[in-house]
Design a protein around this ligand. Sequence first.
Ligand code: WT7
Length: 660
Amino acid sequence: MSAIESVLHERRVFPPSDKASANAAISGMDAYKALTAEAESDYEGFWARIARETLSWHKPFTKVLDESNAPFYKWFEDGELNASYNCIDRHVEAGHGGKNAIIFEADDGAVTNVTYQDLLQRVSRLANALKKQGVKKGDRVVIYLPMSVEGVVAMQACARIGATHSVVFGGFSSKSLNERLVDVGAVALITADEQMRGGKALPLKSIADEAIAAGGCDAVKSVIVYRRTGGKVAWNEGRDLWLHELVENESDQCEPEWVSAEHPLFILYTSGSTGKPKGVQHSTGGILLWAAQTMKWTFDMKPDDVFWCTADIGWITGHSYITYGPTAIGATQVMFEGVPTYPHAGRFWEMIGRHKVTIFYTAPTAIRSLIKVSEADAKVHPKSFDLSTLRILGTVGEPINPEAWMWYYENVGGAKCPIVDTWWQTETGGHMITPLPGATPLVPGSCTLPLPGIMAAIVDETGQDVPNGQGGILVVKRPWPSMLRNVWGDPDRYKSSYFPEELGGKLYLAGDGAVRDKDTGYFTIMGRIDDVLNVSGHRLGTMEIESALVSNPLVAEAAVVGRPDETTGEAVVAFVVLKQARPEGDAGTKIANELRAWVAKEIGPIAKPKDIRFGENLPKTRSGKIMRRLLRSLAKGEEITQDVSTLENPAILDQLGEAR
Ligand code: WT7
């Protein structure tokens, strides 16, 4: 049975405990239904109410939703606010300056506590320094940093002066970084000398240097470098600046720049079905509102909770649930520099005990990989650690199979912590479909029901609703505040990718397939319906990997598909035709390894194909179209049962079916 089939057959139900419901923000299904009904009866009134209650506005908004230029929606547009003020100053002003904002644990275990007062000073200093470097409201700043307090400070400092940040994950290659610097038109880059992961120092500054040298980055006037390891770096006098020197003499007072709620807070690149990543543009008011509100609803955060989201700030999860969400509500959070398996595979559980974490949010891939090691070694099993402080668990980024869900529930949560399986995307800005810990009866593997105000639905290819029990295309029927506003510099792509005419031009197309349960109406996500893969919760476009492969001088043609993988959810499988004869044996292994390294250099190590198969050709129809469905079957090692009579070259299937 596939993972999805097993979810569809899942009949176990875990109702919320009385304890979980007692003081919950949404304390039961009645409370949930009341909020849903409020949103349905007065959509704008509902959003206006929570926007007023949740955020501090410098200038209150008078308009809620502007649909006059749909699908380019605007929310709270004449309202003014500042994200950094909302995330920091207002808590200090309320007397909570001494509260820990971030408990940072380094790769080597060193712990640093950063209070809201500290954060205010550090953000203000860097904000002043950025201004001195000529960075102005509306300018774009690229951030290429490891998991660090400096990363959060850099993002918040941009927000403070109205600059739009674009964070690039530290695992991306110089080429990927270059493309983003160019596309976004960055005026400054904030990076580090090196990053520490699993006891090893990995370069950042040298990759950043390469990225800038690759051209098109003339607008980048300053490169600000955080000294993390003290490793040796090349220095470009006049362009490169040490972060610590830059902020040393800056004032720790910086008046926030008040911006319209629609002012772009950040641009974050993500993969789509074409080769070029999309710059997903988010607004200040919308994303901040939803990041804060979902901290309260989905995670039921209370003032004494200690929250830990294990995502990297280079992804949307790190934006919404590290940099902005927890701080917007004045919470204490743990932030971790390293990897879950160093110095041992019990690191997560050890840290939960050390920092008395109450709410823990991670990816199914991490859980699946830790199941394997801890079932083999009792010393790193969660049961060997003190996890008694935990009260809520969460997952994000990919479907969780019921087996992994049950293991997480029993071994990490001690069968007493609800698991919130949060479905959302870079484009949605925050949670969309998720259980509520004090209200929703849980079904392993199902993300259950949409949050109040989120009009999620399942439709067919023409945009018509399908009945429960029947699979279809996941859409959102009404705009919501934290939705993306545009694809940076490419409004046509925004329209065609997310509001396609085939569906009538009004429905937001998520790109996932889904089905609702006949009885409960619960949603189960069935995976992407476009050419996007999800490997360990990382989103990769098959076309991006194909372009990387064909840019190698040895490669004539390449096709990339996904294959289900026990640990990483999906794995990348590449079918490659070389310009030279089809290699066999060791020669094939050698070239496959070369191509893997090539993809790592072109995109980043996360995009490396797990399996590369060489053929003299690819399976094509007589009109020359690659038959991807066949490739997917071959990748899985399935017997080919499809009709192959339209195939130009059926003999090729045997060659490509041979697992390497
Ligand atoms: C894609 C979005 C969500 C932030 C991190 C990833 C898949 C995400 C779930 C879930 C099943 C999920 C979808 C979605 N996905 N969460 N709980 N259950 N699938 O953001 O990189 O934009 O990827 O991740 O396929 O479309 P992203």
